[in-house]
Design a binder for this molecule. Structure first.
Ligand code: C2E
Ligand code: MG
Ligand code: MG
Length: 286
């Protein structure tokens, strides 16, 4: 029965109406997942999580205008676990509210510490998951948090993915409008990888589209990715939105994006996500 249950869980993950056979590999994956879930509980309690900050560069003058906070988990036995592995576990197990709350708190604390060290005008971007957007107290909590750290709404940018925004657009619009009312900047993350209703996109109170790195990656080699990037930039600008290009790794990508009026860029060409002290150094140097 337990094995059948595992196979059913797997089938559900692949959407409705399909059949999955149980294999021992499934069992191994399921128990690894369960172990990680338990460890993640511990990690939250025992300060095993920390944040790295990736600089975001303003295209026209090359200055740092913000950083994106990215969660990191150093597991005591397994070492670094990538967020693409532990964030989904946190989302499925309900841990994401605690984890996301911690990320937001830590990011605000860090920004306010940098301010005290003389850093001006840097905005902090934080990723928001589907569950967090559903929390009824979200706007109030963020407002309280900002006040506690002496920050303004405009110091914070919240990123939600396309699928989160489009999953239940009417509800998303209400929550996002609440965040907007306290001055928070809103961005759609990984734009172009999910599916967007352009009718809703126009109604979402957002300011920024983040062009997904899969398009940026092949700008030099795949003419359709170059076209998609250029078209997304044009679409966004026509809607009065700014664009941050993700995953900029080469000078040719950067030049193409600048040529097409990209507003902000983020990627290894400029900097990887950095621990707080190194991020501060980078900001001060740029
Ligand atoms: P994201 O929000 O789209 O973050 C950008 C990801 O691209 C980061 O991966 C970053 O390290 C990576 N990246 C940046 N520049 C480059 C580049 O030039 N080349 C390549 N190949 N990659 C680049 P990371 O840190 O592994 O995070 C992966 C995803 O995990 C994030 O994607 C985000 O969706 C999620 N995530 C991370 N931290 C949090 C968090 O605190 N809360 C939530 N809800 N999700 C998070
Ligand atoms: Mg992001
Ligand atoms: Mg992204």
């Amino acid at each position: 029965m337990r094995n059948a249950d595992t196979a059913m869980y797997h089938a559900k993950e692949h959407g409705r109406n399909n059949v999955q056979y149980f294999t021992s590999a499934l069992n191994a994956a399921a128990s690894e997942r369960l172990e990680l879930e338990n460890d993640l509980h511990q990690a939250l309690r025992n300060n095993q999580l920390h944040l790295h900050y990736q600089p975001q560069i303003r295209a026209h003058d090359g200055k740092v205008f913000g950083v994106e906070a990215l969660a990191r988990w150093r597991h005591p036995v397994l070492g670094d676990i990538p967020p693409l592995k532990f964030i989904p576990i946190a989302e499925e197990s309900g841990l994401i509210e605690a984890l996301g709350g911690w990320v937001m708190e830590e990011a605000c604390r860090q920004l306010s510490a940098w301010r005290a060290q003389g850093v001006e005008g840097i905005r902090m971007a934080v990723n928001l998951s589907a569950q967090q957007l559903r929390e009824p107290g979200l706007v109030q909590n963020v407002d309280t948090l900002l006040k506690r750290h002496g920050l303004k709404g405009s110091d914070l940018e919240l990123e939600i993915t396309e699928s989160v925004a489009m999953g239940n657009p009417e509800r998303a619009i209400v929550q996002l409008q609440g965040l907007r009312n306290i001055g928070i900047q809103l961005a759609i993350d990984d734009f172009g990888t999910g599916y967007s209703s352009l009718a809703y996109l126009k109604r979402l109170p957002i300011q920024v589209l983040k062009l997904d790195r899969t398009f940026v990656r092949d700008i030099e080699t795949d003419p359709s990715d170059a076209e998609i990037s250029a078209a997304t930039l044009a679409l966004a600008h026509n809607l009065g939105l700014k664009v941050t290009a993700e995953g900029v790794e080469t000078e040719a990508q950067r030049d193409y994006l600048i040529q097409h009026q990209c507003d902000f860029m983020q990627g290894f060409l400029f900097s990887k996500p950095l621990p707080a002290e190194e991020a501060l150094k980078f900001i001060l140097e740029r």
